[in-house]
Design a protein around this ligand. Structure first.
Ligand code: OGA
Ligand code: ZN
Ligand code: ZN
Length: 404
């Protein structure tokens, strides 16, 4: 009593002690010879009984206004497969041991979960290791086999690039692949679009000219930018023209961090305005999005690359003295991407699939004549949908029932 009164005059110390006590409020559970700890508050929060968890909605069903953050077990019992807890208010919870183990808070378990369920770890590459990064998949196999569909999406998430071959000669063929994942990402170009030279230079996109397309990410001017670009080659230009250039922007960002740290910092700190103004199918659009070239998440990991020369706004939302140094860093980034990029010329029947938040892609110029045409069908997918499909397939193929 006296101690409590004494502590009251030191609210900070009291706070620290309360935090410490709360952190020690956990249950120890023996699972296959391992002693795992689970906080009481987390266990009660994740009670799996029908009153607390709605099975078919797969969702927590607790009225949070009634939730006791200081909840304590009155009684705990364990058998070979289950831990049963009776809480102080009499509520009963039961947890399968393998369900608990899957959610263990140990660093090793969290890493395993991240890699198997959350997102596979990315591996960066450059033109010398492109052979390992670029895997080829068969169109029909992706459509008929869950395992191949899983492998394709897994590979795409790790390396950011893949090629689907033997696609039927039809501008509808891409639809089946998009539907196998989920649905296409809609943009002002529609759910799908055609990349073909437009006559008389009258185009709303420089991609529809036979000129070289410098390395870029697609639709940088979208805040919710398309995660993945799919380019189905229906007709390819003859000769050298029309080949694609591919660079792993994450590789180059890492390289810049090591070798040009000051310029790297400018590329992560300086907000650029990406822009596209035009009219498509009779509907006007005016897109603006501000973002640095290199984006990091809260763990300081790379999360998105924005890069475009044609679709960078002439309005630059920075202090005047920041302008010239930024241009230098931007140029270094492009030069390095060109230096480490791989060439690939797709054949009719190929779908080139590219992580658009990570890779930069470009295209050689080609000669467009009546006897040398080129036609690609383009579409986008979002990473939300790709990771979702990948997780569903992982759970199914590996029988990971503990996820539920
Ligand atoms: C594009 C593009 C590639 C190609 O349209 O944005 O990158 O091979 N096209 O035409
Ligand atoms: Zn319950
Ligand atoms: Zn593009």
């Amino acid at each position: 009593m006296l101690l409590r009164k004494y502590l009251k005059s030191f609210p900070k110390l009291q706070n620290v002690l309360t935090q410490k006590r709360l952190a020690q409020d956990y249950l120890k559970v023996e699972v296959t010879g391992e002693s795992l700890k689970f906080p009481h508050v987390w266990l009660r929060d994740n009670c799996q009984c029908d009153a607390c968890f709605h099975r078919s909605a797969n969702s927590r069903f607790i009225d949070w206004s009634q939730f006791d953050l200081n909840v304590k077990p009155r009684d705990v019992s364990q058998d070979a497969n289950t831990v049963k807890v009776i809480w102080e208010d009499g509520h009963k919870s039961s947890y399968q041991l393998n369900w608990l183990k899957f959610r263990s808070f140990t660093p090793e378990s969290r890493k395993t979960y991240d890699m198997t369920i959350y997102k596979p770890t990315k591996k960066t590459w450059n033109k010398d290791t492109f052979g390992e990064a670029m895997a080829k998949f068969d169109y029909t196999e992706i459509l008929v086999s869950d395992e191949i569909l899983h492998n394709w999406l897994y590979h795409l998430s790790v390396y950011g690039v893949s090629l689907i071959q033997n696609t039927p000669d039809s501008d509808k063929a891409l639809d089946a692949i998009l539907e196998k994942v989920a649905f296409p990402k809609m943009t002002h170009y529609g759910a799908k679009y055609t990349i073909q030279t437009v006559a008389n230079n009258k185009t709303n996109s420089v991609a529809y000219l036979p000129k070289k397309l410098q390395l870029h990410t697609d639709l940088s001017y979208y805040e919710y930018g398309p995660g993945v670009t799919l380019l189905h080659c229906e007709v390819q230009a003859e000769g050298d023209g029309g080949a694609n250039l591919l660079s792993d922007g994450y590789y180059v960002a890492d390289y810049m961090k090591q070798h040009h740290p000051e310029q790297y910092k400018l590329l992560i700190d300086t907000e650029v305005e990406w822009r596209n103004i035009g009219i498509e199918n009779g509907i006007e659009f005016f897109k603006l999005h501000r973002s640095p070239v290199i984006n990091l998440n809260k763990h300081e990991e790379l999360s998105r690359i924005h890069f475009s020369i044609p679709q960078r706004s002439s309005y630059f939302p920075v202090n005047i003295e920041a302008v010239a140094p930024w241009y230098k860093a931007y140029t270094t980034f492009l030069e390095l991407n060109n230096q480490y990029a791989a060439y690939l010329k797709t054949d009719p029947g190929d779908i080139l699939v590219v992580d658009n938040l990570r890779l930069l892609h470009g295209r050689n110029s080609y000669e467009d004549t009546t006897s040398n045409v080129r036609k690609l069908n383009g579409a986008f997918l979002d990473w939300d949908e790709i990771y979702s499909r990948l997780r569903c397939l992982t759970v199914k193929l590996k029988n990971l029932d503990t996820i539920y």
